[in-house]
Design a protein around this ligand. Structure first.
Ligand code: 1GP
Length: 233
C-alpha cells in the first residue's frame, strides 16, 4: 500500500493553542494548496481545542491528520484521515520515546492501526517547547542526525523521519545529511519556514516541508508562497 504522504510536498501544521490572523479562517488555510493539514502542538493542548480545529478543518477537502502530543488529547472524528504519532528519538526522557505510546495503548486498547502512522522526530531547537518538554539532546552534529535517521529507518522501521527545528530555521547541512542517510523513508522538515526562499531551500533536501507558525502569524498568502516553493523544488 502506498503511504498517504508519498505524493506530499507540503504540510500545514495548525496549533489549536494559537489564534489565526484577523480575518483568516480555517477554510482559507485548507484552501492554500497544502497537501495535508496536521493538527497538533506542544503546549496548551486539550481535547476541546483539538476538536474545535479538527471540526473546522474537516468541512474542507484536504487530508486531515491529528498529531496528538499525549494520549489524553486524542480526538476521534470521522473527518480525520488518521493519526501521525511522534516519537522523539533524541528525547532525554523515555516517556517521549515509548512511554506515552504505551499509556495510549494501555488506556485505549485497540487502536486503529491502519490509520496510525509514526513520525521519528529528531528535535533540534533547544529553545522550542518540544525540546524542553522531552528533555531532548539538541547538541547534535550532522553525523549524529544522520545516524539517528539511519537507526530510525533501518533499526526501528520508521517510515517518516522528521527533523524538527520548530520556531527557528534549521541548518540546511543537517537536513541534507539526514536526507542522504535515508533510503526509502520520507524526510519531513519543519521549523522557521517563512517565505518562498526558505521553503524552497529546505524542500530541495526534505521530501515534505512542514509550515506552522507562518499560518498563525502571517496568514494565507504567505502560506501559499511556501506551497508553491515546495511544489517547485
Ligand atoms: C512545528 O515543524 C513545525 O512542529 C513547524 O515549525 O512553526 O517553526 O513553522 P514552525
Amino acid at each position: 500500500m502506498t503511504a498517504p504522504w508519498a505524493d506530499w510536498n507540503h504540510i500545514l501544521k495548525l496549533d489549536p493553542d494559537k489564534d489565526l490572523p484577523e480575518g483568516v479562517t480555517y477554510g482559507d488555510l485548507c484552501a492554500t494548496g497544502t497537501d495535508a493539514i496536521e493538527v497538533g502542538g506542544t503546549m496548551g493542548m486539550t481535547e476541546e481545542n483539538m476538536t474545535a480545529v479538527i471540526e473546522a478543518c474537516a468541512e474542507h477537502d484536504v487530508p486531515l491528520y491529528q498529531e496528538p502530543s499525549n494520549p489524553s488529547v486524542v480526538v476521534e472524528n470521522d473527518g480525520l484521515e488518521g493519526y501521525l504519532i511522534p516519537t522523539v528519538f533524541n528525547a532525554g526522557s523515555p516517556f517521549w520515546i515509548t512511554g506515552a505510546h504505551k499509556e495510549w495503548v494501555r488506556l485505549e486498547g485497540d487502536l486503529e492501526w491502519d490509520r496510525t502512522y509514526m513520525e521519528a522526530y529528531i528535535v533540534m531547537n533547544p529553545e522550542a517547547d518540544v525540546a524542553t518538554l522531552t528533555e531532548a539532546d539538541c547538541d547534535l552534529a550532522e553525523d549524529d542526525v544522520a545516524a539517528y535517521a539511519t537507526i530510525a529507518e533501518q533499526m526501528f522501521g520508521q517510515e517518516i523521519v522528521y527533523v524538527e527545528y520548530s520556531g527557528t530555521y534549521g541548518e540546511e547541512s543537517v537536513v541534507e545529511a539526514a536526507a542522504e542517510s535515508l533510503e526509502e523513508s520520507a524526510l519531513f522538515y519543519g521549523g522557521g519556514i517563512h517565505d518562498y526562499d526558505s521553503a524552497h531551500r529546505m524542500a530541495t533536501h526534505a521530501d515534505v516541508i512542514v509550515v506552522g507558525n507562518l499560518a498563525h502569524d502571517e496568514g494565507v498568502d504567505a502560506v501559499r508562497e511556501t506551497v508553491k516553493a515546495a511544489n517547485d523544488a
